[in-house]
Design a protein. Structure first.
Length: 504
């Protein structure tokens, strides 16, 4: 907030959804609960900051508040060099919303605007570009193009500060279409050209064969339960847990493969991501896949605040504050693994998946340790006989019909489609019932209020915590857990001593 002003921000009549006094007190007290959902622009300096910025708060008549960094930048504010807004986690507010803007933000994070432009984003969302722009401005204070531009600039700055990638590769890795656009945007948003940003970098330890990035999360961030969840489900050849490092292969948008490694920090709420990609443009989607998998944008304060009101969950929330809900690095893969986990144990589902990967997966040209394959593509599984996997004929049909629906575009598992419509299409497939739909909603579509009440592990966990185990009574009790019932499931699974739970 104390930096020298270079350009005077425009004064447009827009304010953050959080009322002014609440936002001011949050920034004045450096309240981390508002990090990522409120940004403070200082009119006298032209700089915008996070609520956790360490410098003194200016007077009320000198500040404006914004719901997104993009909105602040659209008004002419530059990012503070002290609190570095580009390093904050994304706003968690959209995790509970499946509306147009929430779905649009997920697609922007996946690089849709970078690849297809705003017109392509509008087509994916089945709306006109004008309606899309108006809705974004109303909800976020700026349009989808500015949101995408801010995301590109954030990743570019992170790559400049934390890696040795050549500046040209940084430009394309961040999603810019030209080096000139990259230089102009970085200079405008951060007040320095890329070369100067790099000279002042804060580097993590470099990885071998590719960049290592530090991905921020909101505290508390209990990594051990997350690693345990992923480790017990790790499919040989596809994934492995080595100490505190989880590694897995991932299919890139271009059809290639990347092996990514994720290591939670011991002393901070962050995760080190190492990934060696063939093309710089693949790095952005890999970062988003890692954030989904480790649920790095969750809001533990809001989640724990709701769940701890129930006396039966309170002790578990206190024992593991900030418990995460693992997402899907590869949405299609996770959906298939959920189907493989129908009515079998975690170990049984893992065995089925290992056979499927070994028989139908693509062998990596350069294996990395125990990572030798990538998961089969939807097109490959749609045509596969699935012999030798050990599945029943009905389960084979479900997997193949699921793969076919994704391959031809009938089923969109990206999270950008309407939730009810997506689950409706999924439910029309043979062998897909409420349990499968709920688990896909929770793990794949990132719906935090999904609640697989019929899951045996959920019922066992409910019994262990003294909650009613019959579906109707448990659903009634779970009403008070909304909109975070999916996170309550994680606490119930933790309390369950036995019983199957989804392998995805």
């Amino acid at each position: 907030m104390s930096e020298t002003r270079q350009t005077r921000p425009r004064r447009r009549a827009y304010t953050c959804d959080v009322d002014f006094e609440t936002a001011y007190r949050a920034v004045e007290s450096r309240d981390a609960r508002f990090d990522g959902r409120v940004f403070c622009g200082v009119l006298s300096t032209g700089v915008y900051c996070r609520p956790v910025c360490p410098v003194p708060m200016p007077n009320r008549d000198r500040v404006r508040f914004f719901p997104t960094a993009a909105a602040a930048e659209e008004e002419g504010f530059r990012a503070c060099r002290r609190c570095r807004p580009e390093s904050s986690p994304d706003s968690p507010d959209w995790d509970v919303r499946a509306d147009l803007v929430g779905r649009g933000l997920r697609l922007i994070a996946e690089g849709v605007v970078d690849d297809e432009g705003v017109e392509g984003l509008a087509r994916r969302l089945a709306v006109g570009t004008r309606q899309l722009h108006r809705t974004f401005v109303t909800e976020l204070g700026t349009g989808p193009l500015a949101v995408a531009r801010t995301r590109r600039a954030r990743l570019a700055k992170q790559l400049l500060e934390q890696t040795d990638l050549p500046s040209t590769e940084v430009a394309f890795a961040a999603g810019f279409r030209s080096v000139r656009q990259y230089h102009d945007t970085v200079r405008r948003l951060y007040g320095r050209p890329p070369g100067e940003v790099r000279r002042r970098r804060r580097r993590d330890d470099p990885g071998e064969g590719g960049p290592t990035l530090r991905l921020a999360a909101r505290a508390p961030f209990p990594a051990d339960p997350l690693l345990a969840f992923l480790g017990v489900r790790a499919v040989p050849g596809l994934e492995e847990l080595n100490g505190r490092t989880f590694r897995r292969s991932l299919r890139t948008r271009g059809g290639g493969a990347v092996v990514l490694s994720l290591t939670p920090a011991a002393s901070s709420a962050s995760v080190a991501l190492h990934a060696a990609v063939d093309e710089p443009t693949e790095l952005g989607p890999v970062v988003q896949a890692a954030r989904r998998l480790f649920d790095l944008d969750a809001d533990p304060a809001a989640i724990d605040g709701v769940l701890s009101r129930d006396p039966a969950l309170r002790a578990s929330v206190r024992a593991v504050p900030g418990l995460r809900l693992p997402g899907a690095a590869d949405p299609f893969e996770t959906a298939v693994r959920i189907v493989l986990g129908q009515q079998v144990s975690v170990a049984g589902a893992r065995t089925f998946c290992a056979r499927l990967v070994a028989r139908y997966g693509d062998a990596l040209e350069h294996p990395a340790g125990g990572i030798t394959h990538r998961f089969p593509s939807p097109a490959a599984l749609a045509e596969a006989s699935l012999d030798g996997v050990g599945l029943t004929g009905a389960r084979v049909e479900t997997v193949r019909r699921l793969a076919e629906a994704v391959a031809v575009g009938k089923l969109d598992l990206s999270g950008g489609g309407d939730l009810d419509e997506t689950l409706g299409v999924l439910g029309e497939l043979p062998g897909v019932g409420p349990w499968t739909r709920d688990l896909v909603a929770m793990r794949v579509l990132r719906h935090p209020d999904a609640f697989p009440v019929g899951d045996l592990g959920v019922r066992h966990g409910a019994e262990a915590l003294g909650l009613p185990a019959t579906p109707s009574k448990l659903l009634a009790r779970a009403e008070s857990w909304r909109p975070w019932r999916g996170y309550a499931v994680m606490h119930l699974w933790r309390a369950s001593a036995s019983g199957p739970s989804p392998p995805g």
